[in-house]
Design a protein around this ligand. Sequence first.
Ligand code: PLP
Length: 393
Amino acid sequence: MAIAEKIRASMERASWIRKMFEEGARLKAERGEEKVFDFSLGNPCVEPPARYLEALEQCLREPRQGKYGYMPNAGHHKTREAIAAEIRSKRRVAIEGRHVVMTCGAAGGLNIVLKTVLDPGDEVLILSPFFPEYLFYVDNHGGRPRIVPTRNDFALDLGAIESALTDRTRAILVNSPNNPTGRMYDLASLRSLGGILDKCREKTGRQVFLVSDEPYAEILFDSRRLPDLFGCYRDTIIVSSFSKSLSIPGERLGYVAVNPALEGADVLVNGLTFCNRILGFVNAPATAQNAVSRALGTYVQAAEYQRRRDLLCQGLREIGYKFQLPDGAFYLFPQSPVADEIPFVQALMEQGVLVVPGSGFGAPGYFRIAFCVGAAVLRNALPGFAAALKRFG
Ligand code: PLP
């Protein structure tokens, strides 16, 4: 036994994206780069904004003792304050730097939140289709994921959520705009969700956290604005990231923002700070924090992704695919023409088109297209999409 059985089993279950990636590399070597259309990874194709890159250069040039040193586990004071100020300007909430904890991406943020709030066996509601890592993150910290499907149009199914709440529920995880569907939840349904969670708390006497995973908050289409979740529910924790908004996923920078009105907000922030340390993150990367604090407010242009969405959706609609138009992020989640999407995904692969089966997101019968690729890749992939669909009638 070189590795734990549990990890071996988890790796097997989570292997789809990796399999597509490896298959893509094999096909590229065999057929040539330009004949393979890789939609498997959510790696931004747009370069970081010039303002961020300039700020980064300034930080590197600046002679300042200790700029690469350890810092308080919650992050640089200046960065936390700058993020709080930005949230205040958007959400009309009296948040301060002390409510913000800098993290290693949204992934690091979600892990410190779950580590801080879960007791063994606590349940976390996860809405399907979901970002596959959620299941592992919950398990990392002794929780039990409880999957609740969304509606056919991927909107919140409030009735299903209400029925899934128990006296063991500690948190519900929402992700809007969503990976893999691109759906943004509207204000009215989020307010209703807040009401349902309030009622649950009254009934069970237990604090239930609404954890909002928002790495795509800045990538919204058709002039949409993200509803303010702090205004919908008191015990809300926002997890965000600069991975997609600044196109810097490799730099690993994100944050957790706690609603100042949350009951026990200070204790929670202390817990998050401690967990940043003991999970081995220690603190979020110093240079990225410094650069971000100088460049907040300038993000990648959502219009760049909207153009890609429109190009892809128009092409696929003409071919005959069925899907919900994404509200944001850079994913499309069409229906497979057959209930078992795996053979269909394989047929696409034979055409050199790499997508990820919906089963990996808890939604068999669908597949995910990450359209964060060049426009030429989108255009040139359309004949492959057409040929595969034709084969399945
Ligand atoms: N949550 C969702 C829904 C994601 O899609 C991703 C990354 O793709 C993450 C979290 C992790 O993001 P980060 O790179 O900020 O850790």
